[in-house]
Design a protein. Structure first.
Length: 129
């Protein structure tokens, strides 16, 4: 069962930070490889969202997928898989997610509502033609 993957603004920002840091620290080739690995992980998750794992010691709300040194922090709502944020494994992930958790849940719900509304509008305009 495949899903539609959506990245929040925060996840896009995290990707930019990962690229900037990797570029500065190791160069373009390594930065590109890291981003390709994340893209590969997203493709895998799109086709097999059950690859995500619960880590109750980190969060009861979210699911995780590890890519190299980072965790994709996700939630699934219906046919959508939302990548909420991407965090380095060396950070205190439980504490950081505890700080972000209420906001991340709200972001996912809001993004889901927008997608459903857009789909309904698209569906209605299709029948008007």
């Amino acid at each position: 069962m495949s899903v539609i993957i959506k990245l929040t603004d925060r996840a896009h920002y995290d990707l930019q930070k990962i690229e900037d840091y990797s570029l500065q620290k190791w160069g373009r080739e390594t930065a590109d490889r890291y981003l390709e690995d994340i893209q590969t992980a997203l493709s895998l998750l799109q086709e097999s969202p059950d690859l995500l794992r619960h880590k109750s010691d980190i969060s009861t709300q979210f699911k995780f997928y590890r890519v190299r040194e980072h965790f994709l922090v996700c939630t699934k709502l219906k046919d959508f898989l939302f990548v909420l944020t991407i965090k380095h494994g060396q950070m205190d992930l439980p504490s950081r997610l505890g700080e972000l958790e209420p906001t991340l849940v709200q972001e996912a719900d809001l993004l889901h509502q927008r997608l459903v509304t857009a789909e309904k509008k698209r569906h209605k305009s299709h029948f008007k033609k």
